[in-house]
Design a protein around this ligand. Structure first.
Ligand code: SF4
Ligand code: SF4
Ligand SMILES: [Zn+2]
Length: 266
């Protein structure tokens, strides 16, 4: 597999993957969504809650706050020596104690580990009016997106590499295709039309339908992919991709071993 980075920011990444098939591209996408572990609030002890929201709603809001997640240092609860009971090797404590008038936000959570904190301090949790109080302890643990959406670390998607061609011998420069192209990648040039940033093509084929002279053709290459990762902030997008590659490789090794055992038996 050849990988080229189209762009990379703190939250988003676009790659060009070449020399793989749709099954592998889709496996990488699914592993990012479902298998890469990140931290999320999983349990709550509420001491006081005079706010307008029930404990369960507060718990739900806390669980959906993305938490920065170190790549090493914590065990998955099911793999921890405490067997999921909760210990410093698998659990981070986030404490909160506030009185109104105050809008409680993610920034009010005090973490037992400075490396496991909300991705943003300004996510609203609840509004406390004068005389109202909220005091609680939340416990965050590693988990996977396939268990609950709160552990889904981001969004991953891909599309086949678009191929858009304009036949200059047939094109009369009428501009119909330019008008209908949603991302605006077809541009007039010297009485004809040229293709701009083809990676932005969404393969809608509106240009083909609009062209009465059949001068424009749209196709794709299913061995090349434009692969996009958007992180919720727990891990960087490149970490999500690399973790997914490692996890998928490990799954393949396990599968190979199981097939080997079956062959020995057979
Ligand atoms: S619609 Fe067809 S003929 Fe008209 S500019 Fe586009 S490609 Fe050329
Ligand atoms: S297929 Fe759609 S997005 Fe792609 S060039 Fe044609 S009109 Fe534009
Ligand atoms: Zn533990």
């Amino acid at each position: 597999m050849e990988v080229k980075v189209n762009f990379l920011t703190g939250e988003e990444m676009e790659l060009k993957l070449e020399g793989i098939n749709p099954a592998l591209a889709n496996s990488l996408r699914r592993v990012i969504l479902r298998e890469v572990p990140v931290m999320a609030v999983d349990e709550l002890e509420v001491k006081f809650n005079d706010s307008a929201l029930h404990d369960e709603i507060i718990a739900h809001r806390l669980a959906m706050i993305p938490l920065k997640t170190p790549l090493r240092g914590y065990n998955l609860p099911e793999e921890c020596k405490c067997e999921g009971a909760g210990c410093p090797k698998c659990t981070v404590t986030l404490s909160l104690s506030k009185e109104g008038p105050h809008t409680v936000t993610s920034g009010d959570l005090q973490s037992s580990d400075e490396n496991v904190v909300p991705v943003s301090p300004s996510i609203p949790i609840v509004r406390l009016e004068k005389g109202q109080k909220l005091e609680l302890t939340a416990f965050a643990r590693l988990g996977r997106g396939k268990q609950h959406a709160k552990w889904q670390p981001g969004i991953a998607s891909y599309k086949y590499q678009p191929i858009v061609r304009v036949d200059p011998g047939k094109c009369d420069g009428c501009g119909e295709c330019v008008e209908v192209c949603p991302p605006g990648i077809l541009q007039p040039s010297d009485g004809k039309v040229v293709v701009g940033e083809v990676d932005k093509c969404i393969l809608c084929r509106m240009c083909e339908k609009a062209c009465k002279r059949r001068a424009v053709t749209v196709s794709f290459d299913d061995s090349r992919f434009i692969f996009r990762v958007e992180s919720h902030g727990s891990l960087k997008p490149e970490q999500l991709f690399l973790q997914a590659v490692e996890i998928l490789a490990e799954k393949c090794r396990e599968f190979e071993k199981l097939v080997g055992k079956l062959e020995e038996k057979g």
